[in-house]
Ligand binder design. Structure first.
Ligand code: IPD
Ligand code: CA
Length: 253
């Protein structure tokens, strides 16, 4: 189903893609295609699983009568999609009783589909994924992202500016789901971000965990809007402690 939505998004992307509505700020573009992809996924899923709950970025939450909840980001990396940069994905996570059990992140313009099943592993195009070996922070390539609101960005800029001299380099690719997949695939040493939502993380967090990453917030808390940190165990601690030292644990960061 993620693949079908992804194909639709590639094939039907209008050349003059317009901005349908704006959410929290003008930078947060929600395109007509976001809404169309979510409606398609919702229809496909609920046709087969009418009792399940559904949470989607664009359409909000539906409660269900089963223990299953689908957590969907129809386009993660909306700004990339808008500009026709290939780094965007369709993210579909499945939870049972609130525990992630399966996830797919489909990135059709990259030709990559990431999948994971709880306690069974994660894959990219069928090839098993494994995180990089742990490394010290000075040699770590760290992915991150920024929220849409300018006050948050200002603070995020200060933290990332202070982290930059302490790491190998920083990447801001524009899709939180793919950032988590990059940790899983060993393409970066770690990822952190404040302000992500369940639909950004649901599938990608399972994919990273199943590849051997720790995916948490600060001080052993679950990953949440407050913070998601993903890295192999040794790197995780180094990144976690550096971010705390730099003030990223403060409530107003
Ligand atoms: C955004 C992307 C981005 C991240 C933002 C997200 P969207 O999702 O994942 O990389 O930095 O926090 O909101 O708006 O493209 O679905
Ligand atoms: Ca998203």
């Amino acid at each position: 189903m993620a693949g079908e939505a992804a194909r639709m998004l590639v094939e039907r992307r209008p050349a003059d893609l317009g901005v349908a509505i704006t959410k929290s700020s003008p930078t947060d573009v929600v395109t007509e295609m976001d809404t169309a992809a979510e409606q398609l996924l919702r229809k496909m899923i609920l046709e087969q699983r009418p009792d399940d709950a559904f949470l989607g970025e664009e359409g909000g939450a539906n409660s269900g009568r089963s223990t299953v909840r689908w957590v969907i980001d129809p386009i993660d990396g909306t700004v990339n999609y808008l500009y026709d940069l290939p780094h965007w994905s369709v993210s579909v996570g499945v939870e049972v009783d609130g525990v992630a059990v399966a996830g797919v992140v489909a990135a059709p313009r990259l030709g990559e589909t990431y999948t994971a099943v709880r306690d069974a592993g994660s894959w990219c195009n069928g090839v098993r994924l494994r995180v990089r070996p742990p490394t010290d922070l000075g040699r770590a390539l760290i992915a991150t992202g920024f929220g849409y609101r300018s006050e948050r960005r200002e603070r995020q800029g200060v933290i990332v500016g202070a982290l930059l001299p302490r790491v190998r380099d920083i990447r801001r690719a524009g899709s939180a789901a793919l950032d988590l997949c990059a940790v899983a695939a060993g393409r970066v040493d770690g990822y952190y971000e404040r302000g992500t939502h369940d639909w950004d993380r649901s599938a990608g967090a399972l994919i990273a965990t199943e590849a051997g990453a720790i995916v948490q917030g600060f001080h052993g808390q679950s990953a949440s809007e407050a913070m998601v940190l993903a890295a192999p165990p040794g790197t995780f601690t180094a990144l976690h402690d550096a971010l705390i030292e730099l003030g990223a644990g403060a409530p107003d960061y």
